[in-house]
Design a protein around this ligand. Sequence first.
Ligand code: NAP
Ligand code: ZN
Ligand code: ZN
Length: 346
Amino acid sequence: MSTVAAYAAPAPKAPLERTTIERRAVGAHDVLIDIKFAGICHSDIHQVNEGWGQGIFPMVPGHEIAGVVVEVGSEVTRHAVGDRVGVGCMVDSCRECDNCLRGFEQYCTGGNTMTYNGVDRRGDVTYGGYSKQIVVDENYVVRIPEGLPLDVAAPLLCAGITVYSPLKHWGVGPGKKVAVVGLGGLGHMGVKIAAALGAEVTVLSQSLRKKDDGLKLGARHYRATSDPATFTELAGTFDVILSTVSAPLDFGAYLGLLRSDGAIVNVGAPEEPISLNLFGLLGGRKTLAGSMIGGIAETQEMLDFCAEHGLGSEIELIGADEINTAYQRVLASDVRYRFVIDTATI
Ligand code: NAP
Ligand code: ZN
Ligand code: ZN
């Protein structure tokens, strides 16, 4: 066991503050990682605020972790001391269900172990990336390619894989028209990756405030959802609409923007349910689907793809004492486009 500095929410909705946590001793299959950077995902805020249900406190959020291996267990073969590595939303899974065996550990039917706000298979509470070090089983650690600086790579471990996996699954590529709803942490990576896959990308944002950025990120078109003309002029346009919105959305209106056989893929995780008139799905045989992060092998594939295409996240690097302000700014959709904590400041 070792004592490690961290930032934690001591109670639901409470501001985060400096504390210490215990990390387990490095086991035979574990790696000890010096965390260099940790991204702030909107999911961190949902969980600290118990928006998805009861949380475990004190809570050390953070599942966009980039760092360097400083110690490996005796049986470790996948990583070595000095390797640049990342850890995303899960640190373990059952390893024997159909989904685990197919590389879909995120859909483990035995329940995967979340990087924080979870209980691991030993019965210990998990603590995330807003900390100096973490001990993780080597099979749930991925390699960060040389071409990607660690600070802009950190957000790829959740935001990157969460958009990459559905874009690939729903066949986004040349000849496809794709809309990305919400230009935040996930959304800006959705634009970059969909454009790199060869699709014609449109951003659908609440306003035109970030239009210049959206076009620079790779979008061909940028429309405001506050303008009713967007929904009439773009009716029947898109093959895929990727929604990254953190609040309940009127999906009925967005179904009208799909071509026949098109799909809305929702990755947002709002705290409230939605209601939907199902007639919107019938005409045109449309799909409303969801997707959650991605498997470990697919996360490695995404990192390699991003390195090859030079796709890091657009980040605002902050000190740990700015985490609470950053949370307020994320809630106000005032993020360009991911806050990343320099863990040297913890
Ligand atoms: P974020 O950076 O806050 O981005 C969300 C964006 O949604 C905002 O920037 C804003 O974009 C738009 N938005 C916010 N409130 C809105 C509203 N009331 N109506 C319309 N648009 C609104 O959040 P994020 O970190 O990208 O995460 C987005 C959501 O995905 C969160 O709910 C998060 O928990 C969830 N998530 C899911 C997974 C998964 O595996 N499925 C993984 C990670 C995160 P504009 O200003 O451009 O409109
Ligand atoms: Zn996340
Ligand atoms: Zn499993």
